[in-house]
Design a protein around this ligand. Structure first.
Ligand SMILES: [Zn+2]
Length: 485
């Protein structure tokens, strides 16, 4: 293996993540932030390809678990929206409203969906008739609209963002609780495929989704030390199905009429793409796993006077073999110098580059450059396909391993306020015994420059031995605290 030494075109993402992200979003032609409505961005083809792949991964997993796709209207009558009191309290301050159309005032104001419970559940009330209709499991892949008041950041926090929302209806609580577990499994599988680390937590009671009984979330960690909520799943109980709200009920086997139990689940696709970019990328640009890379392999002929035909002939042959094997591959035969091509395709995160020059032709080999570790190796012609297939797995494993290592080393346990102050610099995620009180959480946030209690882990059982690290009252659980987007 030969190490590449060249100056990185982007700043260090660890030292200045904001600048790094702005740079990569522009240089890798991912999004255009010049659209003239604040908080709304244009997704360019390179980003949209990744968006579509991430959608496909989640949609595939959902359908395997018995969910069906559906599409509900973008507009929600304000009267629907007002039905669940907690829900409206939570979203009221950030909805976009339409009160006029065709020059006339509308009889009833409409809102753009900030989330679709109040668009979907009145229809569920029409669809659910008997126990035979249950469970009912649908999802939609759409954009939602929230007038964020915090500073917006492309892909991380926008006023329009892409997600999937899955909404399910069950005869009883157990069915719904099992669905929440399923949602977690789906998220874990998808994140594994994308090489993204996460903390799977139950949110603190005062931090639940508006209208939920219990809320569970996946937080990942970006290089600036802030966590990013990338998916949530909620047990809604009968908060939306009860007779005072949408009155969704069914006739049970014994003929009795019962209100259903519900769940909703939302992987945030824009944010997941942001996490792939931010977590795997480096000073040379994007680093992508094969699964989401718009282009998986690029072939670069290295010209040599008098040998052009031989080199191009071999390049075309390798291109054909890889295309036929199902890879997304490009032969870059443009007039640019090889160095310029290397720079561009590395910026775009193409996982594998194959270089073919005179030596490769003579030796019946190719030179393969791996973007994730930035190193070259030589591979015999007859082993190219097999080797690239192996690399597909190796690259994913390497990206996942590196990301998990960084994630795990960012978690620091503390037992007291003083210990937190001592370790604050190197602890991005703080693990500590916590009383679970909102007052305590608010005080921590105010005095530490933004550390928030993100909840308790649900994948392992952790029992606090002492007192709340902050206030000294009895600790109810081990909480994870971090600054968040
Ligand atoms: Zn406390």
């Amino acid at each position: 293996m030969i190490e590449m030494v060249a100056e990185a075109p982007l700043p260090s993402k660890e030292k200045n993540f904001g600048e790094w992200l702005d740079g990569v979003l522009q240089k890798a032609e991912l999004v255009d932030i010049r659209y003239n409505v604040k908080g709304f961005i244009v997704y360019r083809p390179n980003a949209m390809f990744m968006v579509k792949r991430v959608y496909e991964i989640f949609e595939g997993l959902l359908m395997k678990k018995g969910h069906s796709p559906a599409l509900f209207p973008l507009v929600i009558p304000i009267s629907n929206f007002r039905k669940e009191s907690e829900h409206i309290k939570g979203f009221e301050g950030e909805v976009f409203k339409i009160d006029e159309a065709g020059g006339e005032r509308l009889e009833e104001e409409l809102i753009l969906r900030p989330t679709s419970e109040t668009a979907i559940y009145p229809t569920f009330a029409l669809w659910v008739r008997s126990y035979k209709d249950l469970p009912m499991k649908i999802f939609q892949s759409v954009s939602v609209y929230r007038h964020e008041t915090k500073a917006t950041r492309p892909l991380l926090r926008g006023r329009e963002f892409l997600w999937i929302e899955a909404h399910c209806v069950f005869a009883d609580e157990q069915g719904a609780r099992n669905q929440v577990e399923d949602d977690m499994m789906i998220t874990k599988k998808a994140f594994h495929e994308l090489g993204l680390p996460f903390l799977m937590v139950e949110r603190e009671p005062y931090d639940r989704f508006f209208g939920a009984v219990d809320s569970y979330a996946f937080d990942t960690l970006l290089p600036d030390g802030r966590v990013l909520q990338v998916a949530t799943t909620h047990y809604l109980g009968q908060n939306f199905s009860n007779p005072d709200v949408f009155d969704i009920k069914f006739a049970d086997k014994d003929g009795s009429r019962k209100n259903v139990h519900q769940t909703c689940y939302g992987p945030g696709i824009s944010r997941i793409v942001a996490a792939i970019i931010g977590i795997h990328g480096d000073g040379y640009g994007l680093v992508l796993p094969f699964g989401v890379a718009p282009l998986q392999i690029v072939i670069i002929p290295i010209p040599k006077a008098g040998k052009e035909d031989m080199i191009m002939g071999k390049s075309r042959d390798v291109f054909r073999r890889l295309s036929r094997s199902g890879f997304r591959v490009k032969l870059d035969d443009s007039d640019e110098r090889p160095g310029e091509k290397y720079y561009r395709w590395e910026m775009l995160g193409v996982p594998i580059r194959i270089e073919i020059g005179e030596d490769e032709v003579k030796g019946n080999i190719v030179t393969i450059f791996r973007r994730d570790v930035r190193s070259r190796e030589r591979v015999d012609d007859d082993k190219i396909i097999k080797h690239v297939r192996e690399l597909k797995t190796l690259v994913s494993e390497e990206l996942g391993r590196r990301a998990w290592d960084r994630f795990n080393s960012a978690i620091v346990s503390v037992e007291s306020r003083n210990e937190l102050l001592e370790k604050r610099e190197r602890s991005k995620i703080v693990r500590a015994p916590f009383c679970g009180r909102r007052e305590c959480s608010d005080e921590i946030k105010a005095e530490t420059g933004g550390l928030e209690a993100r909840g308790r882990r649900i994948d392992i059982e952790e029992v606090p031995s002492g007192r709340c690290f902050w206030c000294g009252r009895e600790a109810s659980h081990i909480a994870y605290l971090a600054k968040a987007y």
